[in-house]
Design a protein around this ligand. Structure first.
Ligand SMILES: [Fe+2]
Ligand SMILES: [Fe+2]
Length: 332
């Protein structure tokens, strides 16, 4: 696999960088940058160690009673989601008949969020359409897979809010970096990676719970089963978090991104994710669920045979994960 291809895997996680190996040994989760509430007040300063006591205090610190609003009914979300799912050929594999079945739509319609969090999505819609589209389509895809699992487990434990909220920490990353079309500098890369921990802090505060599934997904969705991810480089063992992560990787591959001109086609994206399972970065169960939902005959995931053949062609000019080591400071 060439460098630019392995780099796109990094949308899912690993900071492979120059050596090809994860270089993180830190196991304590410390804030590298401060995190502000969405109204600008500082929630936690840089350097804070995010231990249980700190997060518990943060979860209990909100005094405002925010209005809870249906995500699907908020602003243009429903229409935008319908547009993105129907305009993207790859998603027709998952939603062939209608945009969403009644069962999937019911799961999504149950997601109620605090108004400031929804306003954050509006900010993405107006300023960073890649992220806006991405979080909505991950929401739909993850909800579809969770719906397929509804007889195996309580879907409330899979909390659909994790789909649209997994990247909420990107609100803490400068737009100039999120929109950048050329390779990132080291300091910029660090700011991008900050979105996972920032999302964990923001959701702990706004959902008033440091252990909610959505908050854990925000923190861990770039961790990987083989320890090759970030922010900690721990071995991700939570298969439910991993399901969101696999949806995240797939969507990042098949949708437009600032750092490459063309997206992956469906087949090549699935082959790349299958390759991640082959090397142990993600689990086969998650991959089988994704592949089964993508097939026209909808086999049971346990009976779904995943091809190991690689015939796809990754798009050219993909700058994701290619970093400049010039030591310059990030923009304000
Ligand atoms: Fe992310
Ligand atoms: Fe994402």
């Amino acid at each position: 696999m060439g460098r630019s291809e392995s780099a796109d895997v990094i949308e899912g996680g690993a900071r492979l960088g120059e050596s090809g190996k994860s270089n993180k040994i830190q196991r304590e989760l410390d804030l590298r940058y401060g995190v502000n509430a969405l109204d600008g007040r500082q929630l936690l300063p840089a350097g804070t160690r995010l231990d249980g006591d700190v997060m518990e205090r943060l979860a209990c610190s909100a005094t405002t009673q925010w209005q809870q609003v249906s995500l699907l009914e908020y602003g243009t979300v429903r229409a935008d989601l319908r547009h993105h799912l129907t305009s993207d050929g790859a998603y027709r594999n998952f939603f062939p008949d209608t945009v969403m079945s009644k069962g999937v739509e019911a799961l999504m319609a149950a997601v109620m969020l605090p108004l400031p969090v929804l306003e954050c999505l509006s900010f993405f819609r107006d300023n960073d359409h890649y992220t806006y589209r991405h979080v909505l389509t991950v929401f739909a895809l993850y909800s579809l897979l969770a719906h397929d699992m509804r007889e195996e487990m309580d879907t409330s434990s899979l909390d659909m809010a994790a789909g649209p909220l997994h990247d909420i920490g990107k609100i803490c990353v400068p737009l100039s970096i999120l929109r950048k079309r050329t390779p990132l500098q080291r300091a910029e890369r660090d700011l991008v990676e900050h979105h996972a921990v920032a999302g964990y802090v923001l959701l702990t505060y706004y959902l008033r719970d440091s252990e909610s599934f959505a908050a854990r997904v925000a923190r861990d969705h770039h961790e990987r089963r083989d320890g090759s991810g970030y922010p900690l480089g721990i071995r991700l063992e939570d298969s439910q978090v991993e399901m969101v992560a696999v949806c995240d990787i797939y969507d990042a591959l098949i949708n437009p991104r600032p750092y490459r001109k063309e997206n992956f086609d469906n087949r090549t994206a699935l082959e790349l994710i299958t390759g991640l399972a082959e090397k142990g970065s993600v689990g086969w169960n998650s991959v089988r669920r994704l592949v089964a939902a993508n097939r026209r005959d909808r086999p049971q995931p346990d009976a779904c045979v995943v091809s190991l053949e690689k015939r796809g062609t990754p798009p050219a000019e993909n700058s994701y994960g290619i970093f400049q080591e010039d030591g310059s400071e990030p923009p304000e």
